[in-house]
Design a protein around this ligand. Structure first.
Ligand SMILES: [Zn+2]
Length: 158
């Protein structure tokens, strides 16, 4: 390797211990033979690595993690609810009163389901649920007398 390459690696992967075994060997071999690179490496280590040697990783307190987790979850649920609302309110505006009732019911069930689903499966479950609701709404659109009996609404409550 040439001096330029050595210096580049010293500044990046070598000091971070991210070079391959072979690279490390050839760098160190070069450093024993080349004074300029050896001095460069020593100086780089002093400036870039030594100040951080004694630094201990800081663990964030649990209450901070909980707060961050809560904020992420809240944001996720709000954006899901917003998406569902946007989609359903579009449907709501475009259809007949009898259909509006089932749309309102679907919205309420959707909100209940989103809130009840445990955090780890919220994303997938909510997406599945949304798809199911949209399929229902599309299907219902083709029917003239949509009642709430004998539907998934019935199944859900009984
Ligand atoms: Zn050199």
């Amino acid at each position: 390797m040439k001096c330029k390459q050595i210096k580049e690696l010293v500044l990046t992967d070598y000091l971070d211990d991210q070079v391959s075994k072979e690279q490390k060997q050839s760098i160190e071999e070069h450093l024993t033979q080349c004074t300029a690179c050896r001095e460069f490496a020593a100086e780089a280590k002093e400036v870039l690595k030594n100040p951080f040697e004694s630094v201990q990783p800081i663990k964030a307190p649990d209450h901070l993690w909980n707060k961050i987790e809560g904020a992420i979850e809240k944001h996720r649920q709000e954006s899901l609810i917003q998406k569902a609302w946007d989609a359903l309110s579009g449907t709501f505006a475009a259809h007949k009163p009898v259909f509006a009732l089932s749309t309102v019911a679907a919205t309420i069930l959707l909100l209940v389901a989103v809130v009840k689903i445990p955090a780890w499966q919220t994303q997938t479950a909510a997406n599945d649920y949304l798809n199911e609701q949209f399929e229902y709404l599309v299907y219902s659109d083709d029917q003239t007398d949509v009642g709430l009996s004998d539907t998934w609404v019935d199944e859900y409550f009984l």
